[in-house]
Write a protein that binds this ligand. Structure first.
Ligand SMILES: Cc1cc2nc3c(=O)[nH]c(=O)nc-3n(C[C@H](O)[C@H](O)[C@H](O)COP(=O)(O)OP(=O)(O)OC[C@H]3O[C@@H](n4cnc5c(N)ncnc54)[C@H](O)[C@@H]3O)c2cc1C
Length: 458
């Protein structure tokens, strides 16, 4: 799209990715009409503290604000969900029946938490995605409250740590035999499980829920959950339940838009965030360009429509597949890239993915792509000392780095990881599907050694 043609841009999603895109567009010289549409009534706010300080009550709603004292000269339509997009005409339909047409569209609608089939959100069953979710959960946590967390990913483990700090009696259920194994590798998952146990959290791994007991009579509407039953016969009484088993891109409203969506709802994009046209879309009508969009070779991108943040499945040269990156830093950095696409001022390519997690007094920082590694080495510090730098390798090449309470060393190691996909797993198995993340295909981690070359127990 040529910059001169772009007089108006609509951003759908008024959170981190949407706000970052608005900032990047203005910083990039866009002086036209900017509209930001958000389903929530709140101004953009930060989500990482929702499982951490905010849940523990040590930061306030005001502390979550993402905006500084700034005026982006945008029209904010908050509390106003988009319900449709016609990619051909770049027209967004809103819930109140109005439409907004623009020269450029930024899709930044994030993701929704996935429900557990036996545990839909209800009286004492929670998921955690929004400030309202966190406030509702916080009101139910406290000393001695029996909390069962279903899912031991980052959301589940962070909530476990915060709830334990609040004095709750916490049980953490992991589907996998080792929590976070696919995200961080087995030895690191074991280390974190031990940390949780040391803080009084009951970690059950693997765990499979077969039934749920509820208050009230069978002929009454489903009441509060009173206990979870596991396949091995364990009965877990519960006052509060949190389900943290993953997310789906919040893109149900894009059905029939002319865009191509992944199985998990992600908006399929090329490696600059340009949305791909649906295979059955009338691509003459939507003014496509043809680009090398990755694995599938050439694909039609929709002119003037980009996606960023948790809703977007960009072609990921580090993984060799499309991937929905659900990390804070990715949302911010990639917003700059999509702004460049709309303004026809291409910028730097994506950096290797980065995220962090805070659990107890541990700060975990990860850069690169852990999935597909075949070797993990502790290169500085020690696991026993709870402060170390680990590097992940694939076929002898470093592909990711993890720092635990090692911010300085991590920053240096992150830089040395390289500036481009060459540093990533160039030959990630073709079996790695869209939106998947994991360790080696069989889940094993080979040759795991500490800084002295000693094998780590797993
Ligand atoms: C609880 C939690 C903790 C996290 N902790 C960390 C962490 O420690 N480290 C890290 O790196 N990352 C963390 N993340 C990830 C990070 O916060 C996300 O990657 C980031 O918020 C993505 O921003 P986004 O704008 O794409 O999506 P979101 O922040 O989800 O925002 C999307 C917005 O779009 C709105 N929307 C949805 N549908 C529509 C529609 N149809 N019309 C209009 N608006 C719509 C939503 O209401 C929402 O306001 C965490 C995420 C969560 C939820």
């Amino acid at each position: 799209m040529k910059a001169g043609r772009v007089q108006s841009i609509i951003i759908v999603g008024a959170s981190l990715a949407g706000l970052s895109a608005a900032r990047a567009l203005r910083a990039g010289g866009f002086g036209g009409e900017l509209t930001v549409v958000g389903a929530e009534h709140a101004r953009p706010y930060d989500r990482p503290p929702l499982t951490k300080d905010f849940l523990r009550g040590s930061c306030s709603t005001a502390d979550l604000a993402l905006e500084a004292d700034e005026d982006l000269g945008a029209r904010w339509l908050l509390g106003s969900a988009a319900v449709s997009l016609d990619a051909a005409t770049r027209t967004v339909g809103l819930a109140d029946g109005t439409t907004v047409r623009a020269d450029g569209v930024v899709l930044a609608t994030g993701a929704d938490a996935v429900d557990h089939p036996l545990l839909p959100v209800g009286p004492n069953v929670h998921t955690l995605r929004t400030m309202a979710d966190a406030e509702r959960l916080r009101a139910e946590l406290g000393d001695g409250r029996r909390l069962v967390i279903v899912g031991a990913g980052f959301i589940g483990t962070e909530i476990a740590a915060s709830a334990a700090a609040l004095g709750a009696d916490v049980t953490l259920l992991s589907q996998d035999a080792v929590p976070l194994r696919r995200a961080l590798g087995e030895p690191i998952g074991d280390f974190l499980a031990a940390e949780h146990r040391a803080h009084g959290v009951r970690v059950i791994a693997p765990a499979r829920i077969t039934d749920v007991d509820r208050a009230g009579r069978a002929d009454e509407p489903p009441g509060a959950v009173t206990a979870l039953r596991l396949a091995d016969g364990t009965v877990l009484p519960a006052d509060v339940v949190v389900v943290g088993i993953g997310s789906r891109a919040a893109t149900g409203w894009l059905a029939g838009s002319g865009l191509r969506l992944a199985a998990d709802g992600g908006v399929l994009c090329d490696e600059s965030g340009r949305a791909l046209a649906a295979e059955d879309a009338d691509t003459d009508r939507i003014d496509p360009g043809t680009v090398d969009a990755g694995a599938g070779g050439a694909a039609a991108v929709v002119d003037g429509v980009v996606a960023v943040g948790d809703c977007a499945a960009w072609w990921d040269p580090y993984r060799g597949t499309h991937h929905r990156l659900e990390h804070w830093t990715g949302a911010v950095e990639r917003a700059g890239i999509v702004a460049g696409v709309l303004l026809d001022t291409p910028g730097r390519p994506c950096r290797a993915p980065y995220f962090w997690s805070d659990q107890y007094d541990l700060r975990l920082q990860v850069a690169g792509v852990v999935s597909g590694h075949d070797e993990l080495r502790i290169e500085e510090g020690s696991v026993a000392g709870r402060s170390f730098l680990a590097r992940y390798y694939r076929a002898g090449e470093p592909v990711a780095v993890l720092g635990v309470n090692q911010p300085r060393l991590f920053t240096r190691a992150r830089r040395s990881l390289g500036a481009g996909p060459a540093a990533g797993p160039s030959a990630v198995s073709a079996g790695a599907g869209i939106g998947t993340s994991g360790s080696a295909a069989d889940g094993s981690v080979g040759n795991t050694v500490d800084g002295t070359g000693t094998a780590l127990a797993s």
